[in-house]
Design a protein around this ligand. Structure first.
Ligand code: NAD
Length: 374
C-alpha cells in the first residue's frame, strides 16, 4: 500500500498529518510512504527527517495523489484533487460531511473510499484514533495560554511586599474534551475557575478538577448515546444566558467550547452580556468555526470591543502547538491504519460491518455508504 501525505493548503494550517516518527512506524508495518516536500515544515519535521525515516519526498503533488493507494491529511481536500485520486484508493482526513455534500458526492463519483476523522465513534476501542479528542484537548490548553497572554494581567494570586493580587477569574462554558483541559490548565496557572455545561453528568468532573460548577436550572437537558449534548429550546438558551450574564461580568477570561455535533454551535454569549464585561477582559470562542458561541466573534480575528472585552476567534487553536498537535494526529492516523492492517495483503482490510468503519467510512465502491449521509 502506497501512502501519500500532501502539504496542507490553508495558509493558517501549521500541522502535518504524519510526523517522521509515525512515518517510520508505517513503513515498518509494511507500507510505502511518500510525503510532499515541505509538508512538515511548520511542525518542524524536515524533508530530511522523512527521508531518514524511509519515506520518499515528492514535489509533484498531483502525480503523487494519483499514484497513492491511501492519502492522509488533516483538512478536507479540494474537489479537483478528489477527481484526481485513483479509483479504489482510500482518503482519510477531517471532511466536515454534514456541510460538504458536493465533496462527498465527488468522493463517491471518483470511486474513492473516504474516511471522515470527525465520525470515528466515541468508543473505548476507537479512542486511539479519535482525532476530535486529541485536537480538542490541545485547543483547550492553548485557549488558556492565548487568553492569559492577551489579558495583561497575571492569573495566580500573589502576596508580595508590594501588594496582594487576587487570582484571575476564568469561566469555561461547555465542558467536553476542550473544556476539561481548559479548566485544568487555568487551575494550574493559579486562576479561580468556574464552569458550566448543559449535560448534568459534567458537574462531578468539574468539581474533581477543583473548579466550581455554575448551577442554572434549565429544566430537562441531556445527552445522546454518543455523549453529545442535546440542543436546547430557545427558552432554555435564554434562561442560560440570563444565568450566565453575572458570571461573565465578574470574569477576567471567558472560554466557550459549546458545540452540537453536526449542527451550528449555540449562540450563548450575546452583545448585552459582552457589554457587561469589564474593559480588557478576554473571551475565547472555540466554536467560531461552526458558527460561534459569542456574538461578534470572527474567524481568525481578534475583535476589541470599546471599553469591553477582546474576543479571540482563532479557528484551530491546536495549531498554536502544532508540533504536539501533529504528533497526536499522526498517532491517530497510524492507529487507524494499524488497527485494520492485513499483514498478508500489506494493506488495510475493509469491513463495512466493523463498528468503527461503519461509523467513519462515508463513501465506498462508487456510492455513499454511511447511513447518515446516504
Ligand atoms: P463537543 O465538542 O461536541 O461539545 C463541547 C461541550 O459543549 C459538550 O460538553 C457539550 O455538552 C457542551 N454544550 C453544548 N451545548 C451547550 C450549551 N448550550 N451550554 C453549555 N455547554 C454546551 O463535545 P466533545 O468534547 O466532543 O465531547 C462530547 C462527548 O463525547 C462528551 O460526553 C465526552 O465525554 C465524550 N467523549 C467520549 C470519548 C470516548 O468514550 N472515547 C472520547 C471523547 C469524548
Amino acid at each position: 500500500m502506497r501512502i501519500f501525505v500532501p502539504s496542507e493548503t490553508l495558509d493558517t494550517e501549521n500541522r502535518v498529518a504524519l510526523t517522521a516518527d509515525y512515518s517510520k512506524k508505517l513503513i515498518e508495518l509494511g507500507a510505502s510512504l511518500a510525503i510532499e516536500s515541505g509538508a512538515g515544515e511548520k511542525s518542524y519535521c524536515s524533508d530530511e527527517q522523512y527521508r531518514a525515516a524511509g519515506a520518499s519526498v515528492e514535489s509533484d503533488r498531483m502525480a503523487a495523489l494519483k499514484e497513492a493507494d491511501l492519502v492522509a491529511r488533516l483538512r478536507k481536500p479540494a474537489i479537483d484533487e478528489v477527481q484526481n485520486l485513483k479509483p479504489g484508493s482510500m482518503h482519510i482526513s477531517f471532511l466536515d460531511p454534514f456541510n460538504e455534500g458536493d465533496l462527498i458526492k465527488a468522493f463517491a463519483d471518483a470511486g474513492v473510499t473516504s474516511v471522515s476523522m470527525e465520525m470515528i465513534p466515541r468508543t473505548t476501542l476507537a479512542q486511539k484514533m479519535d482525532a476530535l479528542s486529541s485536537q480538542a484537548n490541545l485547543a483547550g490548553y492553548f485557549a488558556v495560554l492565548k487568553a492569559a497572554e492577551r489579558l495583561n494581567q497575571i492569573l495566580p494570586m500573589m502576596m508580595t511586599p508590594s501588594g496582594t493580587i487576587s487570582p484571575a477569574r476564568v469561566f469555561v462554558i461547555g465542558v467536553g474534551v476542550a473544556g476539561l483541559q481548559a479548566i485544568a490548565t487555568a487551575k494550574r496557572l493559579g486562576a479561580r475557575v468556574e464552569a458550566f455545561d448543559t449535560r448534568p453528568v459534567v458537574e462531578e468532573q468539574v468539581k474533581s478538577l477543583g473548579a466550581k460548577f455554575v448551577k442554572i436550572d434549565l429544566g430537562e437537558t441531556g445527552q445522546t448515546a454518543q455523549g453529545y449534548a442535546k440542543e436546547l429550546t430557545p427558552e432554555q438558551i435564554e434562561k442560560q444566558r440570563q444565568g450566565m450574564a453575572k458570571v461573565c461580568s465578574q470574569s477576567d477570561i471567558v472560554i466557550t467550547t459549546a458545540k452540537l455535533f453536526g449542527r451550528p454551535a449555540p449562540r450563548i454569549v450575546t452583545a448585552p452580556m459582552l457589554s457587561g464585561m469589564r474593559n480588557g477582559s478576554v473571551v475565547v470562542d472555540l466554536a467560531v468555526e461552526s458558527g460561534g458561541n459569542v456574538e461578534g466573534s470572527k474567524l481568525d480575528e481578534e475583535v476589541r470591543l470599546p471599553d469591553g472585552p477582546r474576543i479571540i476567534g482563532i479557528g484551530t487553536l491546536e495549531g498554536g502547538v502544532a508540533v504536539h498537535a501533529s504528533q497526536m494526529y499522526a498517532s491517530n492516523i497510524y492507529n487507524f491504519i494499524e488497527h485494520f492492517w492485513n499483514d498478508e495483503a500489506k494493506a488495510i482490510k475493509l469491513d463495512l460491518e466493523d463498528e468503527i468503519q461503519k461509523g467513519c467510512v462515508i463513501t465506498h465502491g462508487g456510492a455513499i455508504v454511511h447511513e447518515r449521509f446516504k
